[in-house]
Design a protein around this ligand. Structure first.
Ligand SMILES: [Co+2]
Length: 453
């Protein structure tokens, strides 16, 4: 849910943040850690908890054989490899508390020159990297689990609550949420359907059911000590969606290859746009439609506890920030969106996603909040989520069950920002793929890469 929408295609020109989630978990500290190469140039792909090896000291843990997970029901989501030496179970039940496998390492192209000698910048300490990797491992385990149960006929609500429960269990959030700012959700579980590109998650009471004709973007996040992993993929059962899904898979991977220290956002956006526009969609009546990027949706930099860190990564060549460059030591999410519609999104529909404005906490004392309960709600949001995005269900979950009026008041006062669903034209279809990575001094690390995508 950390997509950023720029409204320059609407009346106003200001950025709207969209959030993405990613979850990762670490195994419990008593568990053996797999020795993971931390050097550069090593193509060690991250593994799921399934392959955590039990070779180090500590209480003996059962070593499980985990079969391959067949994801072919989703057509373009890869299978998870089997493992014979896992201390994780399937479904995953072992909290991932002290396990931080290295992500996929990509070499920089020749244009990237590090000006820093080590992975020790103010933004990127060794402990920050560990937090990112642990969050990414939880994300992989949670999405592998989600892929095992998401099928047509389920309600979107059941899909999300099951996924979120597993996230909290694997990342180690306490049942009273008292350590939520140390480990928890990264942002609400997006499961936007069809022409809705982003920022839909059901509120309680929503009866929407996933059908075999839908195309669903599952975009969720996990954070460890504020390091948010934001990663998304597209679920569909009907082969007519294959080109639409394939183009964002390819475009995101191309964007990841193009990324680097001092890489220009315009160049990255251009590569992404060219790939997406090379695809066509044939609808159920046999009509051919050109596929387009959603030109006002963007990837973004990520900062501690801030899903949108201030830089946007466009998915078209020409944008307001085409001349800006990527910065060494920074964490980014590249997310590409493709559509069979007009090629840009607007806000529409019932809102579920919210985030406290950065300075709202300081305003609690002085804010002239006349709406009953608004001040108490803001205090509860500040205590629980700080600047991490949240959804209405999570307010209910922490006991704020009658929050709607107060929440609207906070939005009116600018203390909380609302992020309504972002939609292309009705009847169109959209797809998405997203990974979070970090620009280390000697290489790029694709933190959220897995066997599936
Ligand atoms: Co994002």
């Amino acid at each position: 849910m950390s997509v950023v929408m720029h409204r320059s295609y609407e009346k106003n020109i200001f950025a709207v943040k969209i959030f993405f989630f990613s979850t990762s978990r670490s195994t419990s500290s008593s568990m053996a850690k797999k020795k993971s190469p931390s050097g550069t140039g090593n193509a060690a792909a991250a593994t799921t908890g399934d392959t955590i090896s039990a070779t180090t000291a500590g209480p003996a843990k059962p070593i499980n054989t985990i079969p391959e997970q067949d994801n072919s029901v989703f057509r373009l989501v890869g299978n998870w490899k089997s493992s014979t030496e896992s201390v994780q179970t399937f479904p995953p039940t072992v909290p991932i508390l002290n396990y931080h496998p290295v992500g996929e390492i990509l070499e920089y192209n020749n244009k990237s020159v590090s000006t820093l000698s080590m992975d020790e910048t103010p933004n990127l300490t060794e402990s920050a990297l560990k937090d990112m990797r642990r969050a990414a491992e939880v994300h992989r385990n949670v999405r592998k689990y989600a892929q095992s149960y998401i099928r047509p006929g389920m309600t979107m609500l059941d899909i999300c609550t099951k996924l979120e429960k597993k996230t909290l269990e694997l990342v180690g959030t306490k049942s009273d949420y008292s350590n939520y700012l140390e480990c928890g959700y990264g942002f609400p579980t997006g499961c936007s359907l069809n022409h809705v590109a982003a920022h839909y998650t059901p509120n309680y009471g929503d009866k929407t059911i996933l059908t075999e004709n839908d195309i669903c973007k599952l975009d969720f996040g996990v954070h460890v000590n504020g390091r948010i992993m934001d990663s998304a993929f597209t679920i569909a059962f009907d082969p007519i969606f294959d080109p639409l899904i394939q183009c964002t898979k390819e475009a995101t991977n191309a964007g990841l290859r193009e990324a680097g220290i001092d890489a220009r956002f315009g160049d990255i956006g251009g590569v992404i746009q060219e790939i997406i526009e090379s695809y066509e969609f044939i609808d159920k009546n046999g009509k051919t439609v050109k596929i387009k990027p959603c030109k006002n949706l963007n990837g973004h930099s990520i900062e501690p506890y801030r899903i949108h860190g201030g830089q946007s990564v466009p998915i078209v060549a020409k944008s307001d920030f085409a001349n800006e460059k990527m910065i060494e030591g920074t964490c980014y999410a590249i997310e590409t969106f493709a559509t069979t519609g007009r090629g840009f999104v607007v806000e529409d529909g019932e809102c579920s996603h919210y985030m406290m404005s950065g300075d709202a906490a300081d305003a609690i004392g002085g804010a002239p909040l006349r709406v009953k309960g608004a001040k108490d709600l803001l205090k509860a949001i500040d205590k629980q989520f700080k600047t991490l995005p949240f959804c209405r269900r999570w307010l209910d979950d922490i006991g704020q069950t009658r929050h709607l009026m107060a929440l609207k008041g906070l939005v009116e006062y600018g203390l909380v920002q609302d992020y309504p669903p972002l939609v292309d034209v009705k009847g169109s279809f959209t797809s998405q793929m997203e990974h979070t990575f970090v620009l280390r001094s000697g290489c790029k690390e694709i933190l959220t890469r897995g066997d599936d995508y």
